[in-house]
Each structure stands twice: as C-alpha cells, then as structure tokens.
Design a protein around this ligand. Sequence first.
Ligand code: 5CA
Length: 443
Amino acid sequence: MRLSRYFLPVLKETPAEAQIASHRLMLRAGMIKQSAAGIYSWLPLGLKVLKNVENIIHEEQKKAGHLAIMMPTVQSADLWRESGRYEDYGEEMLRFKDRHNRDMLFTPTAEELITDIFRGHINSYKDLPLTMYQIQWKFRDERRPRFGVMRGREFYMKDGYNFDLTKEDAMHAYNRHLVSYLRSYERMGLQAIPMRADSGPIGGEDTHEFLVLAETGESEVFYDNAVTELKFGDRDIDFNNVLQCQSIMEEFTDKYARTDETHDEVAFQEVPEERRQVARGIEVGQIFYFGTKYSEAMGAMVQNSEGQKIPVHMGSHGIGVSRLVGAIIEASHDEKGIIWPEEVTPYHCGIINLKQGDEEADSACESLYNMLSAAGLEPLYDDRNERAGGKFATMDLIGLPWRITVGPRGLKSGLVELTNRRTGKSDEISPEAVIKKLVVQYS
Ligand code: 5CA
C-alpha cells in the first residue's frame, strides 16, 4: 500500500475525550472514528488489525473442532421471552419495533438463538458433541461507554456455544475453550490470565474470565504472582484428549486468581505474602458452563442411548474481539505510539523515502516495494512529499514492527536502514538482506 493512496487520517493533537493510551492512539493513528457514544467506524488501518485478530481466533477455533456460523444481529423478542431473559436483561438491551409492531432487539449475546437452531435440528445423542461459534457485532446499551473500543455499546465479539450429552462432556468443551483461548491470546502477543469470575446475566456456576493485566483495566484483580509465570508456548494439543485439556485447565487455574466479584480474602491470605498481588486487568474473554438453563427453558432435548429424552448440557464462550485491539495497544506502546506484535500488525513493514522525487531514491523504494510484495509481505510505503521528520513520526505512531529508511546517502553504498520499532535498533544493510530478514521474521 502506498500512503499517497491511503486513507490514514492521523491527528496531531491528542483528543481531549480520550483518557487512556489505547483510545488516544487509536484516534491519533486514524484507526477508528466515533459516530455516537460507544459506536465507532473502523477505518482502513484499524479494520486491518481487527481482521488479523479475528483470523487468529478463527484459526484456533478451527483447530479445536468448533464450527463457524453467522447469526443475525436483529432478533425477535419471542425467543428471549421463552428463556425469561427479555425481562431480566434490563436497560442494556436495545429494543425496538418493526413495522408490524413486533418487538425486536439488537443481539447482546445469542444463547436463545443458537438453542433455537439446535432444537430445530438435533434430537439424538449421536449428533453430539457439537460446538458452533460466530464472530458478529453485538450491542449493549452500557450505562458508561468509555475508553474507546474497550467499553463500546456496539462491539465485535466471538461467541461460541457447546452442546453436550453430559456435564462431563460439557466440561471437556469448557476446557477445550480455555486451551484454545490461551493459545489465541498468546499468538496476539498477550498474556491473558484465567480468573474465577461471576456469571452475571449469562448464568451458571463455572466461569472464568481472561484478564490482561493493565493499570487502566476496569476490573480489580487478586492473584498469586506465580500465574504470571505460566506460558502456553507451542505445545502440541489434541483437542479430543480429555485428560490433556483438563490438565492444562488445572495448570492454569489451580493458583489463586480472581476478579473482585468472587474475591475471597481468607483464601487469598493463604498465598505466600511475597506472591500476593492486587492489580487491575482488562477482561478480554469469558467462558461459562451453565448446564441445562436454556435447554430446559426452551425444550432443547436429545435422546440418550437408553432412549430417554434429556435436556442438553450447554456452555457459552466469548472473546471481546474489538476490545482486544485496544488491549493489545495498552500492553504494547511507548510515548511515540503503538508497537504492534508481528502477528497482528496491519502491515509488515513501512518504507520511508527520505527524498521523494530523487530518481535513485524513488526507484530503490519502488524496487523494495515490489520485492517485498513478491515475497508475500505487505509493506506500507510512505511515498508522500513530506518532510522526513513527519514521515518518521507517522510511522512511529502507527507502530509497524519494522521500518526501512531509504535515502540518497545510504544508496551511494547500496545500503538502506532497517529499524526495529520495539528496540529502536537499526542496521545498515542491502535491500536483498532486508527482504531475507523480514521473510524469516514473518515465517
Ligand atoms: N454469551 C457469553 C459468552 S459468548 C457472553 O456474552 N459473555 S461476555 O458477556 O463475557 O462477553 C464476552 C466478551 O465480550 C467479554 O469478555 C468482553 O471481552 C467483551 N465485551 C463485553 N462487553 C463489551 C463492551 N461493552 N465493549 C467491548 N467488549 C465487550
């Protein structure tokens, strides 16, 4: 992509309404634009990151054997009356009427809709287990939308739902989700710690939230510092292996780690004092087992092997996809701007032409651009007639992991400069060496 052809409305001033780094930087880097309180348009740069995050989730869900679907954002109130949640959900639910005066709503989550799909088609244990998920916009009329995409009213969420014959099978689905979530967050360059939480309006007793530690996080958290030493890494996972998934779940949840909703001061005091931590975190996901709450209310029954009809066991599992973009920035930025982890970066590298219009510099940049593209990488080439200082500031702000600086002086000896955004370290190397290095880096 050439910057001269791009839409990157960067802001020089810090927007007054933005209180935390990620909100400030997303506005300044031209990633999003607010259209109403807690409702945003995603501009080209922001959308690229959102899609990268979404893709990681799709890939990891696929590995876990979960099936992608897409349900509507507008639902009829009738299903929610069946479960009893139409009244329970309160003012967070956006309600409206269609032209026939029927009660409709914008989906805040989709337990009812998926249960309706299930009961319409499945009635035997032979069709279980089944887990389906979607990545779709949600709306919750939050009392205090704030911090940009962190607490929006409209937000992008992954919601998955498992259907199982027994509680044991459903707990395997729970563990499978926990494992696939740990893996997804680590791929995004985040450490998200599973913490025992409260189930709120979703219901059920078994639930964990995933929290990314950050001073600006909205949740207060209490944990044994030993949990921060756990790494998922590149373990080989067999998602059908019940014991393997269970043992990973135990490894990541047996130490004390809770949000303020479930915090138990007596149990916390048993953690050795030097490891006891009280901090803040951003909730980037939550998994629930709620048994037969929806299947009983809505008649989602299956026949077991003895021919009896029993309500199916369910859980639901969410990831805040749009919130994650903010969380990644909270975890990875400096005073100059964003620093994208390589897995989610919108472009693999930036090219800065120090002397636009200089024949040699222009042609070196063009050739770099073409070679990088041919090697399967996506460069962002700043080909505008701007001063070098402005180009550097923009590149630092938008946070691409690598910057290639091309100028007449280096080109005299056939060299360009390759700079790492995180470390600030630069190397003067040949364009061919740049390509080689970046191809290895991103493979
Ligand atoms: N039905 C369940 C699981 S699919 C559910 O709705 N869970 S949730 O309420 O915990 O939401 C899932 C995730 O969405 C949360 O962990 C959080 O990361 C994200 N989320 C929730 N509310 C908002 C919001 N207002 N803005 C941005 N992200 C949100």
